[in-house]
Design a protein around this ligand. Structure first.
Ligand code: ATP
Ligand code: AH0
Length: 375
């Protein structure tokens, strides 16, 4: 018997540390996913600070990590309740929640000792919502020798289908690419910093959480020598599978690249804008030179200066014209793609379907991802 569509909720709080995206998804028997409703809630200042401080080693980490996991579960539960109120649905209408948690460490290079850690107390989330919670999506892929990231390429592959060589670029804190050739294997990898360094730099200099529409970056001029220094980081030339995070790219990394030179702060912001665009296009042309269309999602798709820069730079990287659009035009709000993907990953877990792509993560084989905490 063909099952009717089911409701799932995807909860994403990503490396930007900007807050929680909660997406109510309708998922059909073949995994076709539609976003029905969404809420985005910013982190309370205290929780954001606690999560930010956990990104690097510090005292009494175990206690602070457990406390942050509880606080995040409560904030996730609040977002779920808002979503249910908005849609007049009950907990019993939802098959499961797919909850990403907050990545505070990502160390995929340690062989059998590799780990990645997404802070969250899924048991508390199940208790507070009365809904099955699927969490810890990355560990199993790591246990199978993979990076545990990126995981969204499998979702992109089933969601964005066109008779073209397509690529999807997610610009969150970190940026990642999914390559969807018309006739060929789906691949994908993290390609470098997305918004994270721009967010950190404007916060340090102007106290803002992010550079709205890249307005501050546009006041400056990219410094070619600094850009080259940044691009000489070995991460950019590494062959996939590869993944990264705050462990590799942070303010200290930026200060190290700047050395003792004096730069105008707006020039540094402009250089970081160029770094995001250059590193993504360079990776795209190297790994998929025949790409015809690029769909951009994630918060960076909302940065007009960045989108314009992509369009301007694409002509230098690609011999043939590259069509560049945001995922709005493909029917999904750019900031909801990852939330929808985690609803889909919860569906895949419930359906006992493997959801990692070994060609992307480098795992030994397909694996069912996540662990279930029943309501
Ligand atoms: N109007 C805008 N102008 C410029 N930047 C924007 C705008 N709107 C959102 N952003 C950027 O998008 C970021 C949030 O993006 P998103 O929610 O995709 O990140 P994330 O999910 O935390 O990251 P990741 O994909 O790395 O897990 C903000 O921190 C900001 O840098
Ligand atoms: C370890 C981790 O949390 N990685 C995130 C991060 O944010 C973007 C990029 O780096 C990607 O690898 C991944 O998230 C998405 C959702 C993924 O797994 O596809």
């Amino acid at each position: 018997m063909i099952k009717p569509q089911s409701f799932y909720i995807g909860l994403m709080s990503g490396t930007s540390l900007d807050g929680i995206d909660a997406v109510l998804a309708k998922i059909g028997s073949n995994g076709e996913a539609t976003a029905v409703e969404a809420v985005s809630t910013p982190f309370a200042a205290e929780l954001r600070k606690a999560l930010f401080e956990l990104q690097s080693p510090g005292p009494n980490e175990l206690h602070r990590e457990k406390q942050a996991g509880n606080a995040l579960a409560l904030a996730y539960a609040e977002a779920v309740m808002q979503l249910l109120n908005k849609t007049k649905l009950q907990s019993s209408d939802i098959t499961a929640i797919g909850a990403h948690g907050q990545t505070i460490r990502h160390q995929p290079h340690l062989g059998d000792m590799a780990y990645t850690h997404q802070t969250l107390n899924p048991a508390l989330l199940a208790e507070k919502t009365g809904i099955d919670v699927i969490a810890d999506f990355r560990s199993r892929d790591l246990a199978a020798g993979g990076h545990g990231a990126p995981l969204v390429p499998a979702f992109h592959a089933q969601q964005f289908i066109e008779d073209k060589n397509l690529a999807i670029l997610n610009i969150g804190g970190i940026a990642n690419l999914t390559l969807l050739p018309k006739n060929g294997e789906v691949t994908g990898f993290d390609c470098g910093p997305g918004n994270m360094l721009m967010d950190a730099w404007i916060h340090e200099h102007q106290g803002n959480a992010f550079d709205e529409n890249g307005a501050w970056a546009l006041q400056g001029k990219a410094n070619e020598a600094l850009l080259s220094k940044m691009l000489s980081d070995p991460f950019f030339s590494k062959t996939p599978p590869k993944s990264t995070g705050r462990d590799d790219f942070h303010l200290h990394w930026l200060h190290e690249k700047m050395g003792n030179e004096n730069y105008l702060s707006e020039d540094v912001q402009a250089t970081l804008l160029h770094l995001t665009a250059h590193s993504a296009l360079d990776a795209l042309v190297r790994h998929s030179p025949l790409t015809q269309k690029l769909i951009v999602c994630g918060g960076g798709a909302r940065n007009y200066a960045l989108m314009n820069l992509f369009k301007a730079k694409a002509a230098h990287f690609f011999k043939k014209p590259l069509e560049i659009i945001t995922s709005d035009a493909a029917g999904i709000d750019p900031q909801l793609v990852e939330g929808l993907a985690f609803a889909w990953l919860a569906w895949a877990h419930k359906e006992k379907r493997p959801a990692n792509l070994p060609a992307v993560t480098g795992a030994k084989g397909p694996r069912i991802l996540g662990a279930c905490y029943p309501a």
